[in-house]
Design a protein around this ligand. Sequence first.
Ligand SMILES: [Mn+2]
Length: 298
Amino acid sequence: MKPIGILGVPMDLGQGRRGVDMGPSAIRYGRLQEVLQSLGHQVHDFGDVKVPVVESLHRQAEQPGGLGYLEAIRAACLDTIQALGQMPADTFPIVLGGDHSIAMGSVTGVARGERIGVIWVDAHADFNTPETSPSGNIHGMPLAHLCGLGDPRLINLGYPGAKVRPEDVVLIGVRSLDPGEVRLLRQRGVMVFTMKEVDIEGIPAIAEAVVQHFRGFAKVHLSLDADVLDPEIAPGVGTPVAGGLTYREAHLLMELLADAQLVTSLDLVEVNPILDIANRTARMMVELAGSLLGKKIF
Ligand SMILES: [Mn+2]
């Protein structure tokens, strides 16, 4: 078993609601390290990347919505890439968000310039560009930028160009898409399993398709957004959408990915403890990380 490296990115600049910057604390408080150690893993916590608090930033008035924080997000992603680069190469990194814009840093950092498959488990596709986004919030854009679409300052993080091929992305659990995203996802040939496919095909068939899709890949990153879960079981998110994964669907997906030993790095993002009930959402994310990393019922 590879040692696990934890890195927090307390970022709330990619979206409009405060509180998601406390996600790393909530997930640590939810006993992430203890749960992983109880499974026999060696765990090293590398602390947090420094992210400026929103009040300290001067908004660029000419930019609409969340794009005013682009430079600060870019800087935090660069620090994330650097921090991941300092982890030993045989580490399994777990990056704690923070809003989902941190994934531009985490995926780039764990890829280290090599080809990487990405499993994006999310209520949203996060495949907007500044042109297609209705809100301008950057947490709705990281996957597009990783695929080389959007603002060059975010596409070229770390090194120039796309970090992920669109055909090396699989989306699971999606149920809220903007029209521009639908167009881009279709155009680029991204594999999408919406909640409709989850309902019809079930998690076992989807997990099998994912495992086949990434057969032979040396690196596969799982980016897990808490809002993929049904808000009934994960109320602590900024953008809840009804009709999400059930408790067992989410765990079964993790258990089947664990059986396949496919995933080599993980994000746990969009946990907002201010909107949560007694840290339920963070604890759920910790449990899911446990299932991905070897926790078995029997
Ligand atoms: Mn997301």
